[in-house]
Design a protein around this ligand. Structure first.
Ligand SMILES: Nc1ncnc2c1ncn2[C@@H]1O[C@H](COP(=O)(O)OP(=O)(O)OP(=O)(O)O)[C@@H](O)[C@H]1O
Length: 355
């Protein structure tokens, strides 16, 4: 019976919150009071301060090593996406960072606290949205949030004020008197986001927040995350959706099974894995010295009578100069297009190399 309880993600989430509450209720004298509530429309700023630092994290389950040598940081106000195949260790990584799993080796500092030695403090300062969040279907949104706000040690006035602000922000205020059991999946996921944000956490961990949703629900939740990003929330997002990662994340960590393969902005990953931007220039008529003419300015990948495909790291200055040169020689340009360098190609390339 206990094993089935522990296997239930709702129960784990409940433990997560209760343990945060226990700490708060016994230690409020030792630690400073909560920060003033930040309303959802307040603008936060991006800074270079690392609010999440993972150094050589390892997690073993018995003899099985789920993650090894995981190292990255997340700056304040940054959205970092963890991308990787099934079983790569994304959930294990964020569970270690959220203070739910004890790392087997390495260390991590989250919101100023060591996850190994101050897991409860870490849990108090982070919000976690699990892949399949459970809601209590018989409660209304306000009852539900009031319950979890109390768990976090918030006063009744704070609980109501914060719940109202968040429900309004996420377009759920009109549904405040409906039971959660009547909510659509998109609404439920937004409620789970509201709950994760209720105690104004410094870092938000979102584990595949759109994976179980239909396109409309996924759009709603993605928009909500984009809003949070605009406001400067610090977010770690696990996803399988490359478009979502590119849309929402400042930087992306690509994981192979149990380890980090690459980290960077989408453009930096493209440059790193696929090389410099690639362009194709097409002419109306053949131009005799096209290859030598272009070859002096750019790195040619392929060339024909009426076209040339080339790379350059400085397209802003090099491409106009190349165009001028071709026109001066009497060439007639039909098109100059940039070849798409898709994040999917980066991902597949890295997965192929990692096998
Ligand atoms: N409690 C556990 N006990 C034993 N093995 C576990 C446990 N939790 C996770 N694992 C294993 O660790 C590995 C990484 O799992 P994890 O859930 O972190 O991957 P993931 O990248 O989140 O996968 P997915 O994309 O499928 O959600 C998997 O092989 C998984 O079976």
């Amino acid at each position: 019976m206990y094993s089935s309880l522990f296997a239930n993600s709702n129960f784990l989430e409940f433990l997560f919150l209760v343990s945060a509450f226990e700490f708060h209720s016994t230690s409020s004298i030792l630690f400073p009071p909560r920060r003033a509530l930040a309303l959802p429309n307040q603008q936060n700023r991006k800074t270079n301060v690392s609010i999440v630092q993972a150094h050589g994290l390892v997690k073993q389950f018995g003899t099985f090593t789920a993650i090894r040598d995981i190292t990255f940081d997340v700056r304040q106000g940054e959205v970092l996406a963890l991308l990787g195949p099934n079983g790569a260790g994304k959930t294990t990584t964020i569970r270690c960072l959220a203070g739910i799993l004890q790392p087997s080796a390495g260390y991590a500092i989250v919101a100023g606290y060591d996850v190994r030695h101050h897991a409860r403090l870490v849990r108090r300062h982070v919000g976690l949205l699990t892949e399949f969040p459970g809601l209590y279907g018989r409660l209304t949104p306000l009852e539900y949030l009031d319950f979890f706000g109390a768990m976090h040690g918030m006063s009744p006035a704070d609980r109501y004020q914060r719940a109202e602000a968040l429900l309004r922000h996420f377009g759920l205020w009109e549904a405040r008197n409906r039971r959660l059991g009547q909510f659509s999946k998109g609404m439920r996921q937004k409620m789970a986001l509201v709950r994760a944000l209720l105690h104004d956490p410094q870092v938000l961990f979102l584990d595949e927040p759109t994976s179980a949703l239909d396109p409309e629900g996924a759009f709603q939740v993605r928009s909500a995350i984009a809003d949070l990003r605009t406001q400067g929330h610090t977010i770690v997002l696990c996803t399988h959706n490359l478009v979502e990662a590119e849309l929402l994340a400042d930087r992306i960590v690509i994981m192979g099974v149990g380890r980090v393969l690459a980290i960077g902005t989408p453009d930096a990953l493209r440059d790193q894995v696929l090389g410099a931007p690639l362009f194709t220039l097409r002419l109306a008529q053949p131009l005799d010295d096209l290859a030598s003419l272009a070859g002096e300015m750019v790195e040619i990948e392929a060339v024909g009578d009426t076209w040339v495909r080339f790379r350059t790291t400085t397209p802003e200055t090099t491409n106009p100069a190349l165009v001028r040169r071709i026109l001066d020689r009497g060439g007639e340009i039909v098109a100059l297009t940039e070849e798409p360098r898709r994040l999917e190609d980066v991902y597949l390339h890295l997965m192929g190399a990692a096998v």
